[in-house]
Design a protein around this ligand. Structure first.
Ligand code: TRP
Ligand code: ZN
Length: 887
């Protein structure tokens, strides 16, 4: 959809629907040149409304026939616009039936009904259903759907839709049909249809009330050996939701379909989830450990939506985080329970601090509950998902697990079958706890990342420790810093003495009332500045602050290197230990750039302690040894120092490798040995060992020694596990060792030859090369663009090659000649018409132009302006480009 001046939609303008749709009967006939969609809607005017005019959404639909209560409507009785069907006069209760033609094979936007490798599938969230038929395509209109699909039996043996199959049969003309009925009223965005040649893996789950639910995963025949992990994850998720939230599945069948062409990760359509193949298929031979974890998380996420999203849905799209923030919180807790809790937490924090914080500081910054949008697809963001999940986590922290659970019970019970708001969710929490969450709502309504400054003072005489916390929040498009009200911030903390955690006694508290092990506390910062006084503190402590990352804020406290060392060695909060290692890493990298006192050797000494600490989970060790990314380093700077960050980070890595060589060798060999009985297991222990071993290898290959080149070659050649194969390949590409080049060239070729028929593996191969920091990487990316490995119509390939180049290869993307920017803009313009959602997402790196030096700012804005000048911009691209060019 291209519009000259797309209009903005505001939350404050929300109006309840004027009509309800009691029943929706759909009849699809899939033909080669077009699909015929017949829709029979039972409509009813909302009580209290006297509206006579009916306005239905509809886009790119070829209307064949329109009837009201069986009577054919004539020209003067309705009007068709670009986006609506207006029927001028309708009674209080009536049946509207329409027949439209649509062209799924021409649908490259992957929204509505489209074809992926010959398979028909749908993606209706957020506003795709209006590309299928005329409808009230808004989440607060819930209807009972019955869907019949007719298609040639030979090419489309499998016909699926939501709910239960109630009828099927064959016709004389070689077609067959199936009718599905979904008894749960739902908004149109949860509708789904699939037709094609698919194979299926089947299992079942017995729910807590003893009902047997059939579980089916549909994939292409060649992928049948990659479904086991998704099935296991699904059953784990079903069990977990019963145990942790008391939520039982409600239909007799739950289906997952994997498709290759998909704009996002997956979609929670009622009873018929549709997944990007990258989020279902997993086999150790083709899939990395990270891939396995992603499958587990996304399968759980979509399953959890059955309650947080489907049974209780959103009133309007400004409430998107009601379902997404809550569901991400649910899936992250699930993943934490399934694997290593602290590793999951650190990964989530990394994502939030590098990418969400950057979003919150950029031109697209918006509150978790946005106040307006032009194109809703642009608001499926890290802020709505990840920050939204952190906001729910803070409620959980403030209430504790029992009260939080009573709150969710009340929420689900009170609003089952309804379309509600974020306020309704929080109200349930207020009602079970009696607490005041009015200030807390600022987290939903104000954008920007708050900064919390901590300052302290210890008085040996009085044995008092004063901790002063102050907060501020930078200006964002919707409000200036001065206009922002203070946030309600839970700051989890402890105090570390030389020999370990100190007992905490706040001024005014009686010692006798406190448990002996009172070493952990959640302070609530609600004012702009607050001082907390601790009594009977025996020594000057090191504060352990924002434990487990208790709030999505930037914490500033002037830690000395020795303070951080104490946290690394004695804190029992895993997040704070990891974060302390990151801070030391930043110090060492900055010292390399500025010649300050803290040197790589000091960092090496600290890392040595980490390497030798047998009490640490190897996966956490691997994370602690990983220096902050270039992107995160840039986040800490007023002006991103693109080349300096690469050079300094690399220099420190090399110095660490030199200083720790012996330890890293031991670790590599020790992990290798521990792994050999585990084979390709994807259990936590094996994953942890592989991550640590591969971290060691990545350091060792920076030493440019024959021995480590051969370790790398051997790992590449002898491993049957994709994590290890890809890690070796990545080392060869990343190391820049001139003597590893022959191996690199050969390995890339061998890898491609071996895996060219596995698209998901080829995508990883594209990504490794797209992230190559070496010279000439852009030219190679351009070559890859022309190769059979690439296809611009496939979003996974676009993300793997173009997306990774623009986001994970700062040195080449931000090359001073501006070629990286021109390249990205070229691709965005190609995609603008074809797939607006993907085009708009690709724009993100260019929108961050304010963060760079004047020269780069100029080059980046030139490309944004070049895009802005194009006359046929999609709404999606129009919104992002124009918001990012605002002075
Ligand atoms: N609701 C999906 C989720 O679980 C998100 C989603 C899938 C989506 N496909 C989409 C959003 C297409 C917008 C457009 O998170
Ligand atoms: Zn979701």
């Amino acid at each position: 959809m291209t519009v000259a001046h797309p209009k903005t939609v505001y939350l404050k303008d929300y109006q309840p629907p004027r009509f309800r749709i009691q029943q929706t009967k759909l009849h699809f006939t899939l033909r080669e040149q077009f699909t015929e969609v017949k829709a029979v809607l039972q409509l009813e005017r909302q009580p209290g409304s006297d509206e006579r005019e009916l306005r239905l959404h509809g886009q790119e639909l070829q209307l064949q026939e329109l009837r009201l209560d069986g009577r054919l409507l004539g020209e003067g009785e309705y009007e068709l616009t670009e986006e609506e069907l207006i029927v001028f006069s309708v009674p209080e209760r009536f049946e509207l039936s329409s027949v439209v033609h649509i062209e799924p094979h021409k649908n490259t936007a992957l929204e509505g009904l489209y074809q992926s490798r010959g398979l028909y599938c749908t993606q209706c969230e957020a506003e795709g259903f209006r590309k299928i038929t005329f409808y009230l395509d808004r989440p607060d209109v819930l209807s009972v759907f019955t869907t019949t699909i007719v298609a040639p039996a030979g090419d489309f043996p499998v016909l699926l839709s939501n709910g239960n199959k109630i009828e099927s049969g064959t016709n004389a003309d070689g077609t067959h049909y199936a009718t599905w009925h979904d008894p749960f009223p739902k908004p149109a965005y949860l509708f789904a249809l699939v037709a094609g040649k698919l194979s299926c893996v089947e299992d079942h789950f017995v729910t807590m009330s003893g009902r047997k639910v059939t579980l089916q995963i549909f994939v292409e025949d060649k992928d049948l050996d990659k479904c086991e992990h998704a099935m296991r994850s699904l059953k784990n998720a079903m069990k977990w939701d019963e145990e942790v939230y008391g939520r039982e599945y409600d239909l007799d069948i739950f289906m997952i379909v994997a498709v290759d062409d998909f704009n996002m990760g997956a979609m929670e359509n009622k009873g018929l989830n549709i997944f990007n193949t990258s989020c279902v298929l997993a086999n150790p031979r083709t899939t990395t450990d990270l891939g396995f974890q992603r499958v587990e998380g996304v399968v759980a996420h979509e399953y959890f939506h059955n309650w947080s999203g489907n049974r209780v849905t959103c009133r309007d799209w400004f409430q998107l985080s009601l379902k997404e923030g809550f569901t991400v919180f649910r899936d992250s807790e699930f993943s934490a329970d399934m694997g290593a809790r602290i590793v999951k937490r650190v990964e989530d924090v990394q994502l939030l601090r590098t990418l969400q914080f950057a979003e919150d500081a950029g031109p697209m910054s918006h509150p978790v509950q946005p106040a307006s949008f032009i194109e809703i697809s642009n608001f499926y963001t890290l802020t709505v998902y990840e920050k939204g999940a952190e906001v729910v986590r803070m409620i959980h922290t403030l209430l504790g697990p029992e009260l939080f659970r009573r709150g969710t019970d009340l929420y689900f019970e009170r609003h089952d079958g309804q379309a509600v708001t974020i306020e309704d969710f929080v109200q349930a929490m207020v009602d079970v706890s009696g607490r005041d969450f009015s200030q807390f709502m600022n987290w939903y309504r104000q954008a920007g990342t708050p900064v919390v400054k901590a300052q302290d003072h210890y008085d040996a005489e009085t044995r008092q420790y004063h901790l002063t916390l102050s907060q501020s929040c930078p200006s964002t498009p919707e409000a200036t810093a001065e206009q922002k009200a203070p946030f309600h911030i839970p700051v989890a903390m402890g105090l570390l003495g030389e020999a370990g955690a100190l007992r905490l006694q706040l001024a005014g508290q009686e010692v006798d009332d406190l448990p002996a092990d009172n070493t952990h506390l959640v302070l609530e910062l609600t004012e702009r500045e607050q001082t907390f006084v601790f009594e009977n503190v025996p020594e000057k402590p090191v504060p352990s602050l924002l434990r487990n990352f208790s709030a999505p804020v930037k914490l500033e406290y002037a830690y000395a290197p020795d303070d951080l060392l104490r946290i690394i060695t004695t804190d029992d909060d895993g997040f704070c230990r990891w974060d302390a290692a990151q801070q030391l890493g930043i110090m060492a990298i900055q010292a390399n750039q500025t010649d300050a006192a803290f040197k790589a050797q000091d960092l090496a000494n600290a890392f040595k302690l980490v390497l030798d600490d047998a009490s640490l989970d190897p996966a956490l060790v691997a994370l602690m040894l990983d220096l902050p990314s270039e992107t995160y380093l840039g986040e800490q700077q007023a002006v991103v120092d693109v080349d300096g960050n690469y050079r300094a980070r690399r220099a420190v890595q090399v110095q660490l490798a030199e200083a720790l060589e012996g330890g890293l060798r031991d670790v590599y060999l020790r992990c290798q040995q521990a792994l050999s009985p585990l084979g390709d297991s994807v259990e936590g222990k094996a994953i942890a060992l592989r991550s640590l071993r591969n971290r060691a290898l990545s350091y060792l290959t920076l030493l440019y020694k024959q021995e480590y080149r051969s370790w790398c070659e051997r790992q590449f050649a002898s491993s049957t596990n994709m994590t290890d194969v890809l890690a070796a390949l990545t080392c060869a590409v990343q190391s820049q060792d001139p003597d590893i080049q022959p191996f690199r060239t050969r390995a890339l070729q061998e890898f491609y030859d071996r895996w060219q028929h596995e698209p998901l593996v080829v995508n990883q191969w594209l990504s490794v090369q797209a992230a190559d920091p070496g010279e000439g990487a852009l030219a190679r990316v351009k070559d890859l663009l022309q190769s059979p490995a690439f296809d611009i119509r496939n979003p996974n390939k676009v993300r793997s090659l173009i997306g990774v180049f623009a986001t994970q290869n700062p040195r080449n993307f931000h090359a001073v000649d501006g070629e990286g920017y021109v390249f990205l803009a070229d691709q965005i313009l190609l995609l603008n018409q074809q797939n607006p959602q993907i085009a708009a997402r690709l724009l993100t790196p260019l929108t961050k132009w304010r963060r760079f030096d004047a020269h780069r700012q100029h080059l980046m804005r030139d490309q944004l302006r070049r895009i802005a000048r194009v006359s046929k911009l999609s709404k999606d691209v129009y919104e992002v480009v124009n918001k990012s060019l605002v002075e």
